[in-house]
Design a protein around this ligand. Structure first.
Ligand code: FDP
Length: 323
């Protein structure tokens, strides 16, 4: 089996990018270990004193954030980081050539029930001669991403990664401590009969999404002419992983329940990296009205509606939005 670095080199990644990705993954391996310890991690957390200056009582998501932040900034390769857990960006090396934005632990409500969670990350180019403390340096569309990925902490720890040359899956070999390539080229089937959406919000969705899901629920007797199955892991990282493995459509649509928060998922460190992984695997990703990766961000914590997965199913959903 092939190791990560040679595969990245073959895909044209330079030494600095490989080094940065390896550092992100080193933090993720540590997170994987903590997550694997479950309820014991609080007891065994004393060894963390060295890494995060004695803050052993932190919950896993905060701990994951500090590990990633500290290790990424220590590389000197990064001008700034932005995280779901940080109100603003954190400046790094003014000469760093990369920016990293991440969700340290996606699906954190699953932590308490020993279910799927993950770390999502996106690497952007750092603008030349910019102020590392200015959050505006991150406001680049998803099409500018140099690399995107997630590490899924499940029965095995897996990495989905793209540098723009397809989407590849790796599995953490805990005996030797590295990620090994286990699926060279992910190809999401264009057609599916599986959807993932939080149905409890159905009555609050906009009309096109209501109509689309209603037609899926009508099954064989309805306009789609086939029966659909539903899956909902409640961690985007888990639902997207299933879609990379066997297809499907995932949606977190706009929701009119709270007019101050119509969208749920974050553009910069959830929707954009997942969209790049999905598109690189032959799938599609949209808000319903616009390709997600073409959105010009206005805020580092901006939220967007997300519809992604099997290309033909996403197209069918988008047709409802055109009507
Ligand atoms: P969570 O808030 O638990 O971190 O990131 C947001 C997210 O999880 C996604 O991972 C997940 O798809 C969604 O929210 C779950 O939302 P519901 O609570 O509506 O199920």
């Amino acid at each position: 089996m092939r190791r990560l670095a040679p595969v990245l080199r073959q895909d044209g990644a330079d030494a600095d990018l490989i080094s940065l990705i390896k550092t992100i993954l080193a933090a993720c391996k540590e997170i994987s270990f903590r997550v694997g310890q479950g309820a014991l991690s609080g007891v065994l957390g004393s060894t963390l004193d060295e890494n995060i200056q004695g803050e052993t009582q932190k919950k896993l998501d905060v701990l994951a954030n500090e590990l990633l932040k500290d290790m990424i900034l220590e590389t000197g390769l990064v001008m700034a980081i932005s995280s779901e857990e940080e109100e603003s960006t954190v400046a790094g090396n003014p000469n760093g050539q990369f920016l990293v934005t991440f969700d340290p632990l996606d699906g954190s409500s699953n932590t308490d029930i020993n279910s799927l969670i993950g770390t999502i990350f996106s690497i952007l180019p750092a603008p030349k001669n910019a102020d590392p403390a200015d959050p505006a340096i991150f406001l680049q569309p998803g099409t500018a991403q140099i690399a995107a990925g997630y590490v899924l902490y499940g029965p095995s720890t897996m990495l989905a990664l793209t540098t723009g040359k397809g989407t590849r899956l790796y599995t953490l070999d805990k005996t030797y401590g590295g990620f090994l390539l286990t699926q060279e080229e992910v190809a999401i089937p264009g057609v599916t009969a599986e959807f993932a959406v939080n149905m409890s919000n159905q009555r609050h969705w906009e009309a096109p999404m209501q109509a689309y899901i209603n037609d899926l629920l009508l099954g064989k007797a309805g306009p789609r002419g086939k029966n659909y199955n539903m899956r909902w892991i409640a961690a985007m990282v888990g639902d997207v992983h299933r879609i990379l493995c066997r297809g499907g459509i995932f949606a977190y649509p706009r929701d009119l329940k709270d007019p101050n928060k119509p969208d749920k998922l974050r553009l910069m460190y959830e929707a954009n990296p997942m969209s790049m992984l999905v598109e690189q695997a032959g799938g599609a990703s949209s808000t319903g009205y616009q390709r997600i990766m073409e959105i010009q961000p206005v805020d580092i914590h901006q939220r967007v509606a997300v519809i992604l997965g099997s290309r033909h199913e996403v197209d069918s959903c988008l047709n409802y939005h055109k009507a």
